[in-house]
Design a protein around this ligand. Sequence first.
Ligand code: 1PR
Length: 552
Amino acid sequence: MSNIVHIIDVESGNLRSLQNAVEYLGYETKLIKDSTDPELQSATKLLLPGVGNYGHFVSQLSSKGFVQPIKEYIASGRPIMGICVGLQAFFEGSEESPNDLGLEFIDFKLSKFNSKTKSVPAIGWNSVSAVGDKMLYHIDPNNRYYFVHSYAAILNDELKSKLASNGWEIAITKYGDEEFIAAISKGNIFATQFHPEKSGIAGLKIIKAFLDQETHSDLPKLTSPNDYSNNGLTRRVIACLDVRTNDQGDLVVTKGDQYDVREKDAAGGDVKNLGKPVSLAEKYYKQGADEVTFLNITSFRNSPVADQPMLDVLKLAAKTIFVPLTVGGGIKDVVDPDGTKIPALQVAGLYFRSGADKVSIGTDAVIAAKKYYENGSKGDGTTPIETISKAYGVQAVVISVDPKRQYVQTPQDTKNTTFKTKFPGPNGEEYVWYPTTIKGGRETTDLGAYELVQACEALGAGEVLLNCIDKDGSNSGFDLELIDHIKSAVSIPVIASSGAGKPEHFAEVFQNTKTDAALGAGMFHRDEYTVKQVKVHLREQGLQARLDEETL
Ligand code: 1PR
């Protein structure tokens, strides 16, 4: 049996990570970009990964002439595994793209999650329950798997009976008040809505089971109840690495104190050097980080985009880290030293092809939001948020917000949205708003963080990385008021950032705010605590946390 795994590539997103996962399991990978590629005829294992917009994916399959060859491949009885939009493609169609047809193996249309009761897109780790007494391809109800999607095959009696009567086996997941299809299997077809290549060791075991064709195994006993208290997703714990070159030109992980990353010493203050980006990232992954974020805080202004050292960091990190990777810093329209203009979409594409799952936009998100309001609360399709989310999906675009608390005597003192604070200002001011800053906190704008995130959600951002300059590096805990102020402004997920100093701060932010995730940096880099200690503490507090105790 060939050791080569073929992957259909219709340029729908980051395939590098899936290739890395398959190669990590000891197989070779070959991308099939052309439906006439003779290798499709000889393939013995085929993956159909899809990310982003359903219509973009299925229309690419159709326009590139893949539909018939895929159906012939399936008719030949050889194994195929769909991932994310690759699972959705087996259905008839999706409300996301009403005019586009899928492969139509299941005559049922996908629909959008109800965003009134929970964050959409659903981004995070959820449990999956096999329906029946056998476990599909090692999908373990005690584990958590990584989902990132806004549309799903929402389960109802019609779909349940249709699948059963047509011989489909299913696994389901509950998100908020909605149950949906997490995996399907029938004969040589297997597909998952979640990303096994981004679900740690537990996910790698599923890919391995498919490649080894171990279709069923005995269902393990549930060791902890599938608690759906917070919409079924665990609260994500994210490790963040602020990366820049030090004065000797080495790429180091550093950490600001209110964004000041220099040592306070007689030697004039070199950049704090807390370690090497890839090795630190791997360390946090092994400790159980649900995601790793790299923020390039100086953007390496004087080097051509294609030579960005951060691209190599992503390529190396993605080889051994199988959870979502986000990269921020310099995601904008740039001009190379030789004068070549590189649009933000192309810059983002370089990072996606290097293994990033999400890009984070800071300064240009503020610029885009100001343009949005100047344009009568409308986008014009040209901002990085719009162009990148249109091509790669909203889930691929995070905006990084760098706000600072500002006190006012009354709400009338500012045109921005305020709230009454529990912590009055130095002159007894009872109201606050948060002006956003750009360029790493060096310039303050008149745009409030509340207004920024609303504009960016409208433009197509899928998530908010909410920093806080006042709290950054303080070890004093998160700014809980800021977090719920921003959560009240949007329906997309929010990541709380800045101020974490101990595991109790993560429990505090999850118990006292609606945040979807929380990020730590300094406390991990200074080896004061591990990510695992944070997660164990969350579980001790009765909160859902993913602990990937799996070994391959
Ligand atoms: O403006 O699109 O080029 O993006 C620049 C990115 O770099 C933004 O995400 C911005 O937040 C970040 N950035 C720029 N300068 C700094 C700096 O520190 N001098 N980092 C910086 C911002 C926020 C987090 C930090 C958390 C947690 N730091 O990265 O790690 O606050 O810290 P803690 O847990 O130690 O408190 P663009």
